[in-house]
Design a protein around this ligand. Structure first.
Ligand code: F2R
Ligand code: MG
Ligand code: MG
Ligand code: MG
Length: 308
């Protein structure tokens, strides 16, 4: 791990984007053969990111604009999310969230637009969690990370599974940045602190399942135990497990997440954010970073957010 806060901030953002970009070609595949992943890693072409990173960038820029201690402003953030979708509708967006963005741009309030999805139950997709990591860079404690995670998630994901999932990933990112509890020696405590800060009973038991799964030896088995789909409950636990298995190697974390199949870009992005936050951008594979779309923008944003 690294002790330089700027390196950690850059690692969080670049780890998220790199996981997204490396996972994207395999999204939706139930199995990802290791040689296909080796081939992608060894390549030389650009690594384009997807919706996960588009929205992570919007949130990071919003937090920077808001300045120290000012948290987030939902109306502005909702509009910026929607504008980002309209600017790049081909980035691989979730089906329901596109409707929310369309309605926001047509003048409907985000709360109403998001709340009426799926017959009024709201979305439980992982879209709130996939973009949430930057809130950890401005939260002063794990409780504030949870609160900012929930609030940013609710803009599009009003189902409790969806916004609590965002809170859980936000807490894990905050703890990964802070270095304590240490995920290499205090796994159980790491998960307990996340569960406590989230405060939702359903996530408490999901995080217990993560703890019970730490003995797995293959990504396939991890996916069987915890799921690997586009729901928050079917992907955030796998991302946390991945980080706990590979806390000191962002590259191994991203590879494990992708080999688990399913929602590969999103699980790899969430796991990459956690391992990147702990280890710093200097621990990310340099050759891959040079191929990553938006690398310098993400690097600068990390530097500026760390200064706050
Ligand atoms: N959408 C994708 N990938 C598929 C398309 C990519 C491909 N390259 C292409 O365009 O051809 N990836 C992205 O979506 C996931 C994040 O989704 P998000 O933002 O949460 O969207 P949404 O639509 O709100 O939820 C996702 C799906 O979950 C199901 N669902 C959610 N809530 C539900 C509920 N209450 N009842 C029933 N089903 C519910 C729906 O099928 C939603 O469409 C990430 O993987 C990102 O990478
Ligand atoms: Mg995506
Ligand atoms: Mg995805
Ligand atoms: Mg290093």
């Amino acid at each position: 791990s690294t002790h330089d806060p700027a390196d950690r901030a850059r690692g969080l953002l670049l780890g998220a984007a790199l996981g997204d970009a490396l996972g994207a070609p395999f999204e939706g595949r139930s199995r990802v053969p290791e040689d296909l992943l080796d081939e992608l890693e060894a390549g030389t072409g650009e690594l384009p990111y997807t919706d996960d990173t588009v929205l992570t960038l919007v949130l990071a820029e919003h937090l920077l604009d808001r300045g120290a201690g000012n948290g987030l402003h939902e109306d502005t953030l909702a509009e910026n999310f929607a504008l980002a979708w309209r600017a790049e509708p081909g980035r691989g967006w979730g089906g329901a969230v596109r409707d929310v963005f369309g309605e926001i741009l047509a003048g409907v309030h985000w709360q109403r637009a998001a709340g009426r999805l799926f017959g009024g139950s709201g979305s439980f997709g992982n879209g709130g969690a996939m973009r949430v990591a930057p809130v950890a860079l401005v939260a002063s404690d794990v409780g504030e990370a949870a609160e900012l995670g929930r609030r940013s998630g609710r803009i599009t994901h009003t189902h409790p599974d969806g916004f609590h999932g965002a809170a859980v990933q936000a807490c894990a990112a905050w703890l990964a940045l802070s270095g304590s509890p240490d995920p290499t020696t205090e796994r159980r405590r790491f998960l307990d602190v996340v569960a406590g800060a989230c405060g939702d009973p359903r996530w408490f038991s999901l995080l217990e399942q993560v703890d019970s799964a730490t003995g797995v030896s293959t990504p396939e088995r991890a996916a069987e135990l915890l799921g690997n789909d586009v729901s928050a409950v079917g992907s955030v636990p796998l991302a946390l497990l991945t980080f706990l298995l590979h806390p000191d190697s962002p590259r191994e974390a991203v590879r494990f997440a992708i080999r688990a199949g399913g929602d590969t870009d999103t699980v790899a992005s969430m796991a990459g954010a956690l391992a990147g936050a702990r280890c710093g951008a200097t621990a990310l594979p340099e050759r891959q970073l040079r191929r990553l779309e938006g690398c310098s923008r993400l690097y600068e944003l990390g530097t500026e957010l760390a200064r706050r």
